[in-house]
Design a protein around this ligand. Structure first.
Ligand code: PBG
Length: 332
């Protein structure tokens, strides 16, 4: 006879019991909503590859930020989609460029209700679509390569313009070596001592960014494998995180989230700063597409996907479902 006095099912026996023993909970404050603001449109525009997500105009953005604040979510992450692009991404450092104007509009609307974050990367602003500036290279098959240290100069200027526009937190997503140190030093040197840095520390070269590239009209030819991480590498994620913390990151991030829960759990186990995760556009689009076909229970799949990211160790999740989830959590 086996002893059946140990019955794990006891704690699953009623909704009240299950609710009481749940180890992980979602809360609106733990969610950040990524948002797009686009130049040259007069009405918000749907993004085909991301059903339910829109390009905002400078006029529609403030109301959407207020709605996010009313839903109680923790923050928003802004991406800009400019009309004009060039080799060095000049729009990124133009104080009147779309992202910097968007930051000012969002910060005004947010008040102190939520944290306004801005993407600090050149890819939306360069005509070649890379996250940095290029230089000729004889060793590369394409004849060019992304110039790490020249890119850092651009990131430094971008950081100062974004901070001056009022961004509370800068999201360093370009995966250049030394970017956190350069931005931290520039912020300190210019008196922006309270501008926080969110380092996309372990950011992988992922197919799951596909829908986002449509969302930002990416002109990328080729790939980002010489700067974003190889999906094969787990240990290297810790190296990137350790470096970013040493360089002055206030928060570190793992991205994408769902396929990198092992990396996330490693980082969460040792990090001395908050650990966030970005549930990216492809993760969003896959569930939306399966649900639209009737192949998956949409709400359950959304809840499970975000809960799993928290369970693996994320303190905060960036997700395109942030608003919907927050509103649902408030009703329940
Ligand atoms: C870089 C950036 C990207 C994403 C966020 N910041 C694109 C990339 O690295 O190619 C992707 C986000 C998503 O897929 O939802 N500016």
């Amino acid at each position: 006879m086996t002893d059946r006095s140990i019955r794990p099912r006891r704690l699953r026996s009623s909704p009240a019991m299950r609710r009481l023993v749940a180890e992980t909970r979602l809360h609106p404050a733990d969610l950040v909503l990524p948002m797009f603001v686009r130049e040259g449109i007069s009405e918000p525009e749907a993004i085909g590859s991301m059903p339910g997500v829109v390009h905002h105009t400078l006029d529609s953005l403030p109301r959407a930020v207020e709605a996010a604040a009313e839903a109680g979510i923790g923050g928003v992450m802004l991406f800009g989609v400019p009309l004009e692009k060039d080799a060095v991404g000049s729009g990124a450092t133009d104080p009147d460029g779309i992202l910097n104007a968007g930051i000012r509009a969002a910060v005004d609307a947010a008040g102190d209700a939520l944290v306004v974050q801005s993407d600090l990367c050149l890819d939306e602003f360069t005509d070649h679509g890379h996250c940095g500036v290029l230089r000729a290279s004889t060793s590369s098959a394409t004849g060019y390569e992304v110039d790490n240290d020249a890119t850092l100069e651009r990131y430094r200027d971008m950081a100062l313009v974004q901070a001056a526009s009022g961004a509370h937190m800068l999201g360093l997503s370009g995966m250049m070596d030394g970017q956190t140190a350069v931005v931290r030093e520039a912020l300190e040197g210019s008196g922006f001592v309270d501008t926080a840095i969110l380092a996309y520390a372990a950011k992988y070269a992922s197919a799951y960014y596909g829908p986002f590239r449509e969302a930002v009209n990416s002109s990328l030819v080729g790939d980002r494998r010489s700067y974003q991480m190889d999906p094969a590498n787990r240990r290297e994620g810790m190296l990137e995180v350790d470096l970013d913390i040493a360089e002055g990151a206030d928060v570190v991030m793992v991205k994408p989230a769902g396929s990198y829960l092992d990396v996330l759990a490693d980082v969460a186990a040792t990090s001395s700063v908050p650990v966030w995760a970005y549930q990216v556009s492809g993760e969003y689009a896959m569930i939306e597409a399966a649900a639209a076909n009737g192949w998956i229970d949409r709400e359950r799949a959304i809840d499970e996907s975000v809960l799993s990211i928290k369970r693996a160790g994320a303190d905060v999740v960036l997700t395109y479902w942030a608003l919907e989830l927050a509103e649902r959590l408030r009703r329940s």
